[in-house]
Each structure stands twice: as structure tokens, then as C-alpha cells.
Design a protein around this ligand. Structure first.
Ligand SMILES: Cc1cc2nc3c(=O)[nH]c(=O)nc-3n(C[C@H](O)[C@H](O)[C@H](O)COP(=O)(O)O)c2cc1C
Length: 371
């Protein structure tokens, strides 16, 4: 039976080419990340707002986030010998703190989204940065940003990012595109993946390294994984599909919102941080859009880009409420394909299904080729 190839990032080898996308404010913690890592993928803990539900968060938000991240990394390590990463958003006010904790705890990879990490991540000194084993993997939406970042790193650090995740318009959470481009639907993920591949290959050749490119956004089935890899991706990052798993760290109510969602319920919202986002429509989102709901209480400006004076609600608190099942006071981020989720399964069952679908897609292809 045809098998998925592995994903090699420097000396790291993931048995499966599947990265579980980081989902912050408590959706992907040690439970989900370890389960994915145990099946051979890369399990990723979402770091943003990870301490939101800890005692003392309102008094010491930065410390709570660092402590909670350290605990989740350690818990994940106890549950798996597989590969564990952390997702940190560059736009966070405690971005450096969270990257530092991740590197100190020796995670396998730090995935950096929502901004370009030009400065040395975690403000390490150059020699520490060059020696460290933790892989740094930016999440980007265009080849131009990759060129800017790689040019800067090559010139200033003589080092390149270890891999790149290319996230397209079908992803969940905050998106790096204009609302017009997202709704228009004409931007093709695999076109960007191939433009990014071409860009990184020039740098990789000069620096004698190899830089895998990972496709993200809307990848749902094993056939989607096969198609992405056939069209040039070295791996895929999937998030939405992992929400409806037994091990996902969100509440049952959050998972049920995915199962109940119909295609027309998956909408683009204007997030208070100034970026568009994709989420499941609900009463809470309706009340903030018509100006009757939302709570702006904030003890911590989590995102640099949050316009607190203009915000109608605190997005961190709304997402934390959703994580624990209070969907009347919050909402669930979700990818474009969330409406296709129809049941909860274990991570093991999901991975087995993806492998079966992948093998069927590959066999189908070779039958067609052989005719
Ligand atoms: C509930 C949820 C939370 C997310 N949180 C983050 C995050 O904190 N940081 C980030 O870089 N991406 C985040 N994402 C994006 C995912 O990591 C992933 O790249 C994307 O959703 C992939 O598309 P898919 O959901 O269609 O598989 C989130 C996505 C979802 C669905």
C-alpha cells in the first residue's frame, strides 16, 4: 500500500508529513499535540493567551502565559517521544517571552505566525541562535515576504529559517490577506507554495541547505494531502480537522459547534486586532456586529495591533470563553472546511483515515497513469 513520505526538517524527521496547526487560547495544548506526535506528525501547542484561564492571570498575565506554556511543553514531553512544536504569534506583546520559554524547554520547532520574525527570535545572542537545535519556521502568505525575510537573515545572521509554512485563504483564525482577496477566492494555495519554493531554493542552494515548504489552509482529506504533495509541497499543516478529535483540548461545546456548522455558518469577521479572521457565526458575533454585545474589559493588551480604544470586545477573553464552552460569550475560529466535520474521532482514527485516503488517491493516480 502506498505510504505518505516523511517530512525532514534539518536532522528532524517526522514519520508523517503532517503538522498539526497551532490553535491558541487553549485549543491545542499538550493533549492534542502529544496525540499527533504519537502518531508520527508534529504536534503543536498554541502559545497565545495560554495562561488566560490560570489563576492570577489578570494580575500577572505575562508570567501566567510563560508558566502555562512551560507546563504544557513538559506535559506533552511526558506523553510522547514524538516531535513537539509551539506556535507563537509575532504580533503578541509577549512574543519574545514565549519564544524564549519554548527554546529553553528545547521544543523541536517554533512556528511563528502573524508577522515576520526579522529580529532574532527570543532575542537570543547570535552565537546561541546559530547553535540552537530548535527549528524556526515562519508562517507566511506570499513569496515576497519570504524573500524579505530570507534576505535579511542571510545578510545579518548567515542562517536561514529551517522550513516555511505557506498559509492560504482557506485557513481558520486570523488570515494574512485582505477581506476582498479571501472572499474573492481567486488566490490559489498551491500557486503560492510553488512561488515560495522557487524563492527558498535560491537561498537554500547558496547556503547549502534544504528548506521544506509546508502547505496550510483548507487541507481536509488524505486526498488533499496527496494533491498538495504531488503539486510541490513537502508537507501539510492542518488545524480544523484536528478540532473534532477526542484529544483536542477544547470543550465539547466548542467541538460541537464544528459538527453543527453548515457551510453558510463559516464567515469572515473583522477581528479587533485589525485583521480579518474566519470563524463560526453565532449569536455573540451577531451581537458585536450590531453593536449590542461584547465586553472590552482588558487587563492585558495581548496583541500589538489591537486597537483597544476602538475594539468592541476583547478577542482573547471571547476565545477563552469559547474554549471552555461559553459560546454565548465567545466564538470559535474555524477553517473554511469546518462544515465538513461530522463527528468526533480519536487522533489515531483520524490519522489512519488520512493515510487510507492518501493511499487510495495515490493508487488511483497510478492506475490512471498506467492506462
Ligand atoms: C481554532 C483555530 C485557532 C487558530 N489559532 C492560530 C494561532 O494561534 N496561531 C496561528 O499561527 N494560526 C492559528 N490558526 C491557524 C492554523 O494553525 C492553521 O494554519 C490553519 O487553520 C490551517 O487551515 P485548516 O484549519 O483549514 O487546516 C488557528 C486555526 C484555528 C481553526
Amino acid at each position: 500500500m502506498p505510504q505518505m513520505p516523511n517530512l525532514q526538517i534539518g536532522e528532524l524527521i517526522a514519520k508523517l508529513p503532517i503538522v498539526q496547526g497551532g490553535m491558541s487560547v487553549g485549543i491545542s495544548l499538550s493533549g492534542l499535540a502529544a496525540a499527533v506526535a504519537n502518531e508520527g506528525g508534529i504536534g503543536v501547542i498554541g502559545a497565545a493567551g495560554i495562561g488566560f484561564l490560570e489563576n492570577g492571570f489578570d494580575q500577572h498575565p505575562f508570567q501566567s502565559n510563560m508558566d502555562a506554556l512551560k507546563n504544557e511543553i513538559r506535559k506533552a514531553r511526558e506523553m510522547t517521544d514524538g516531535l513537539i512544536g509551539v506556535n507563537v504569534m509575532k504580533a503578541l506583546t509577549d512574543y519574545d517571552n514565549l519564544v524564549k520559554v519554548s527554546i529553553k524547554e528545547k521544543v523541536d520547532a517554533v512556528f511563528i505566525g502573524a508577522g515576520l520574525p526579522l529580529r532574532i527570535p527570543g532575542r537570543l545572542d547570535l552565537s546561541e541562535f546559530k547553535k540552537m537545535k530548535t527549528k524556526i519556521i515562519p508562517i507566511v502568505s506570499s513569496a515576497n515576504t519570504v524573500k524579505t525575510l530570507f534576505t535579511y537573515w542571510e545578510k545579518n545572521y548567515k542562517k536561514l529559517p529551517d522550513a516555511v509554512v505557506v498559509e492560504g485563504t482557506e485557513a481558520g483564525g486570523h488570515l494574512g490577506f485582505t477581506e476582498h482577496d479571501i472572499i474573492d477566492g481567486s488566490i490559489n494555495l498551491m500557486d503560492i507554495v510553488n512561488q515560495v519554493k522557487e524563492t527558498v531554493e535560491d537561498f537554500a542552494k547558496r547556503m547549502r541547505s534544504s528548506i521544506p515548504v509546508i502547505a496550510a489552509g483548507g487541507i481536509f482529506s488524505g486526498k488533499d494531502i496527496f494533491d498538495a504533495m504531488k503539486n510541490g509541497a513537502n508537507g501539510v499543516q492542518m488545524a480544523t480537522r484536528f478540532v473534532a478529535t477526542k484529544e483536542c483540548d477544547a470543550s465539547d461545546e466548542f467541538k460541537q459547534a464544528y459538527i453543527d456548522a453548515k457551510e453558510e455558518d463559516i464567515v469572515i469577521i473583522k477581528s479587533p486586532v485589525g485583521l480579518p479572521g474566519r470563524a463560526i457565526k453565532n449569536e455573540f458575533l451577531k451581537s458585536v456586529s450590531d453593536g449590542t454585545g461584547g465586553d472590552t474589559f482588558c487587563t492585558w493588551k495581548c496583541l500589538r495591533t489591537c486597537r483597544m480604544s476602538k475594539a468592541q470586545y476583547c478577542i482573547g477573553r471571547a476565545l477563552a470563553n469559547a474554549k471552555i464552552g461559553l459560546l454565548k460569550e465567545g466564538f470559535a475560529f474555524a477553517g473554511k472546511n469546518a462544515f465538513r466535520v461530522d463527528k468526533i474521532m480519536t487522533v489515531k482514527e483520524l490519522i489512519e483515515l488520512l493515510m487510507k485516503e492518501y493511499a487510495e488517491a495515490e493508487s488511483g493516480e497510478s492506475t490512471v497513469d498506467g492506462q
